[in-house]
Design a protein around this ligand. Structure first.
Ligand code: ADP
Ligand code: MG
Length: 325
């Protein structure tokens, strides 16, 4: 425990973090929470840290930051086909500023409430701004969507659109000019990602492997291919690019669409026989689901144009240690 601020660490937790947690046996307030998964379900657990200056601009609106810190974690549960239930929130704050904390937790709890997630614990300390969320969910044993479950011949699918968040980042950095309407749309993709929970749940039994796109389609699909010991061909003309990318320089579209992070869409593989069920699912969810290629026995990732000609893949997605800081 560290001394956090004049507000007081425990007062801060009581005031901003503690809410009723009906889904827990015991929530915030003791040394640890007590949680009981439903019978027949396995726990699905994941953590993601957001560091100021690296994952977000330190002056981002706090409610958007609260949303995003939970959203990127729920996205991991979506990619496993798990139902979210609980979260822990550990943060380091340079100071305990009431209006900022209120905004942060309003964004966090608004998203948590929509997905039935109880905040059941965490940690609070003074330090350079960063937030680490841990989420816990449930999936029936054996039904989780794993990266190593793709099969040769599966079709490759992706939800939503690609490249919007990467385009927003380039716009924020002054590298691309966008009209105000487009700028606002892609900025929302960057700041308010929507975890594809309903999709992940509905893909149990339909899809083989799934992953959420946090580091760019090429890199994240690469994880499925490595884990499954397979390769894939992507069809460039099929990719559901953020519309604003289509009017831009082709190399930029390629980089944002294939190597741009932060979209938090799901990429999944499924047997061809499930194609119509997947299309119907997209209609039911009001979320475009697009077939973008195929899983193959030949190792490696290939990109082809509409005429089947090979295209060069952009440089790999973001890697915190391999990429320039
Ligand atoms: P301990 O010292 O035993 O680790 P703390 O004093 O750090 O416990 O925390 C007291 C209680 O408040 C615990 O239940 C902890 O999980 C919870 N908690 C602390 N910080 C947060 C936070 N940022 N969000 C939610 N719960 C928190
Ligand atoms: Mg303790």
């Amino acid at each position: 425990m560290n001394r956090a601020s004049p507000l007081g660490e425990f007062e801060l937790i009581e005031r901003y973090c503690r809410r009723p947690a009906p889904g827990a046996l015991l929530g915030i307030g003791d040394d640890a929470a007590l949680l009981q998964p439903a019978p027949g379900q396995v726990l699905t657990v994941s953590s993601d840290m957001l560091v100021a200056g690296r994952h977000f601009f330190a002056d981002v609106a706090p409610d958007k930051l609260g949303h995003k810190a939970l959203a990127v974690n729920l996205s991991d549960l979506a990619a496993m086909g798990a139902a979210p239930r609980w979260a822990l929130l550990a943060f380091a704050l340079p100071e305990a500023e009431p209006a900022w904390l209120e905004g942060l937790m309003a964004g966090f709890f608004a998203l948590a409430g929509r997905h039935g997630v109880d905040l059941v614990g965490g940690d609070t300390t003074r330090g350079p701004l960063n937030l680490c969320v841990t989420v816990l969910g449930e999936a029936p044993a054996g039904e989780a969507l794993r990266r190593d479950a793709a099969r040769a011949g599966d079709e490759l699918w992706v939800s939503g659109t690609l490249g919007g968040a990467a385009l927003a980042l380039r716009h924020a950095l002054g590298e691309v000019a966008l009209d105000p309407v487009t700028a606002a749309r892609v900025r929302a993709r960057l700041e308010l990602p929507e975890p594809r929970i309903a999709l992940g749940l509905a893909l149990r039994g339909l899809a083989h492997a799934a992953i959420d796109i946090s580091d760019g389609l090429a890199a994240d699909l690469g994880h499925i291919l490595t884990a499954s010991g397979l390769g894939a061909t992507l069809e460039w003309s099929c990719l559901p690019l953020e519309p604003a990318l289509q009017g831009l320089d082709a190399a930029l579209a390629l980089r944002c669409g294939l190597a741009g992070g932060d979209d938090y869409e799901l990429c999944f593989t499924a047997p061809a026989a499930q194609g119509s069920a997947i299309r119907a699912l997209g209609e039911r969810l009001g979320l475009p689901l697009t077939r973008i290629g195929r899983i193959e026995a030949e190792l490696g990732l290939r990109l082809i144009d509409a005429k089947g000609r090979a295209m060069a893949l952009p440089a790999r997605g973001f890697d915190h240690f391999a990429s320039a800081p």
